[in-house]
Design a protein. Structure first.
Length: 128
């Protein structure tokens, strides 16, 4: 593994740090490691948060959410708590952009199909 393991230090400002086991990765329970409390209340370390969010982006998500409680994580929080590197930030933002555009296109396609095949279901039918 050439990847550098990211970790929190007590100098990390604006992050609520605890030495509790990782909620997202059950095998990560080293008591000497500092982990961050997410806005949803779950505890994570930067590596599992990065992986978790990468998976969500690869699944076409446009928003990040906690796999445990489904609570949304703002991108700002993910960026800070996952300690995203410049490269990771770029790739995250690119994927977020691509996923957002893709969702819009899918929505347009769905809308067109709906209008053509089920005109009576079209909520905008009275506007035309
Ligand atoms: Zn949570």
């Amino acid at each position: 593994m050439s990847e550098i393991m990211k970790k929190f230090t007590p100098r990390d400002k604006g992050i609520k740090l605890v030495s509790k086991p990782n909620d997202i990765d059950e095998y990560d329970d080293d008591p000497d490691v500092l982990r961050a409390v997410l806005s949803c209340g779950h505890v994570t370390d930067p590596n599992s948060l990065t992986d978790c969010c990468k998976t969500q982006l690869d699944n076409g998500q446009t928003k990040f959410k906690c796999p445990l409680c489904e609570e949304a994580w703002p991108y700002d929080e993910v960026r800070k708590l996952a300690k995203l590197s410049i490269d990771e930030k770029r790739s995250f933002e690119e994927k977020l952009g691509t996923n957002t555009v893709k969702n819009l296109v899918d929505f347009r396609v769905a809308q067109d199909i709906l209008m053509k095949d089920f005109p009576e279901l079209n909520p905008w039918k009275d506007c035309f």
